[in-house]
Design a protein around this ligand. Structure first.
Ligand SMILES: *Cc1c(COP(=O)(O)O)cnc(C)c1O
Length: 369
């Protein structure tokens, strides 16, 4: 069975006339590399999303995470605790800094780091923890900070998917020594490509700024070996417009999620912990008890029979990728990698699309039950 209905895409960046006008303005100025737009974007992002913490814009979330690790002094011999149930960039940022990612399991309900597993993984080489606010649900930052403080560790938040999320009244990105937000097109807001590092103060911010720009604060007075990971004013101009649109988009994501919570049947819907503001980068359900093949068949049925786009984030736990190949038993991570499926929750999902998505998921779940 196939359908003639138009495909509802799994993700869709929203680029409007305002973004085009902003890019035009920068192009017309003739100054297109890092300049005043980047500086303004950093200040506006700081005020809007991380309670005034000093922000540094870079050319991708991955760059931000890497520079964050280096700015915190990470190097060979060090261990950093990371979830395995995430995008590989989290662990990559540790590995490319010469250190070792130590993979631990996650909470089965929120898909974020399990504090008890974190505590159990600490060794004398551990220097830090990278929690991921996966799918837009905040990690349990109070418990993680308590563990970090007790053991003298830093925390660097992977907030790539969580612009505007909060935990117990404070925004993600304002808890650790630092944090990274991604501005990739499929994320909750975009600058084309880009990333933002939020820091706990001028010292760390200065280190990230140095590393972003060849180790220079003053031109040709290089202080450390650095990179060119600068954001352009073209990208920053797009990001500034998107930042203004983010609150309405987040509200739409939350509205769609509330509707799914109330109407989906036969799948496990996502949990929101008390004290959490979830921004639904993804709306991720579990096909409880499914094998990976059964979950994949569910996804194929949604796409081919109902024209509902969907995605599996992530089918292979990071510790089992060829990059790392660590022999570990992470049962929750393995279960989630088999069972998760994300359905469209982006702000261009219309009410009509929403109703089609609900009907499709419920029909496929019923057929498979
Ligand atoms: C997208 C993402 C990144 C990397 O961000 P880029 O901007 O794509 O480099 C890192 N961690 C997580 C969890 C992500 O989703």
């Amino acid at each position: 069975m196939t359908t003639d209905l138009p495909m509802i895409p799994a993700a869709k960046p929203l680029i409007g006339q305002e973004e085009r006008d902003a890019v035009d303005r920068v192009l017309a100025s003739g100054m297109v590399a890092q300049g005043p737009e980047v500086a303004a974007f950093e200040e506006e992002f700081s005020a809007a999303l991380v309670a005034g913490r000093e922000c540094v814009a870079v050319n991708s979330g991955t760059s931000g995470q890497h520079l964050g690790m280096l700015a915190l002094g990470l190097g060979p011999g060090d261990e950093v605790i990371v979830p395995s149930f995430t995008f590989a960039a989290t662990a990559n940022s540790v590995a490319v800094s010469g250190a070792t990612p130590v993979f631990v399991d996650v909470d089965p309900e929120t898909f974020t780091l399990d504090p008890a597993a974190v505590e159990a993984a600490i060794t004398e080489r551990t220097v830090g923890i990278q929690p991921v606010h996966l799918y837009g649900h905040p990690a349990p930052m109070d418990e993680l900070l308590r563990i970090a403080d007790a053991h003298g560790l830093w925390i660097f938040e992977d907030a790539a998917q969580a612009h505007g999320a909060a935990w117990q009244g404070a925004p993600v990105g304002s808890f650790g020594r630092g944090a990274m937000f991604s501005l990739y097109p499929t994320k909750n807001m975009t600058s084309g490509e880009g990333g933002m590092v939020a820091t706990d103060g001028p010292e760390l911010a200065r280190q990230v700024r140095l590393l972003r720009n060849q180790g220079m604060e003053k031109q040709y007075a290089n202080e450390v070996a650095g990179f060119n990971n600068r954001m352009t004013d073209i990208h920053a101009a797009i990001g500034r417009v998107q930042l203004g649109k983010l609150p309405a988009w987040t509200a739409r994501r939350q509205e769609l999620a509330a509707h799914f919570d109330a109407h989906l049947e036969g799948v496990v819907t996502p949990v929101v912990r008390e004290g959490a503001v979830h921004v639904y980068h993804q709306y991720t359900v579990r096909i409880e008890g499914a094998s990976a093949a059964e979950r994949d068949a569910f996804a194929t049925a949604l796409r081919e029979e109902h024209a509902v786009g969907c995605g599996v984030y992530y089918p292979t736990p990071v510790h089992r990728l060829d990059t790392f190949r660590v022999d570990l038993d992470l049962p929750v991570t393995e279960m989630l990698a088999r069972e998760v499926l994300s359905i469209p929750v982006h702000p261009s999902v219309s009410d009509e699309d929403r109703d089609r998505i609900v009907a499709a998921v419920n029909a496929v779940a019923k057929a498979g039950a």
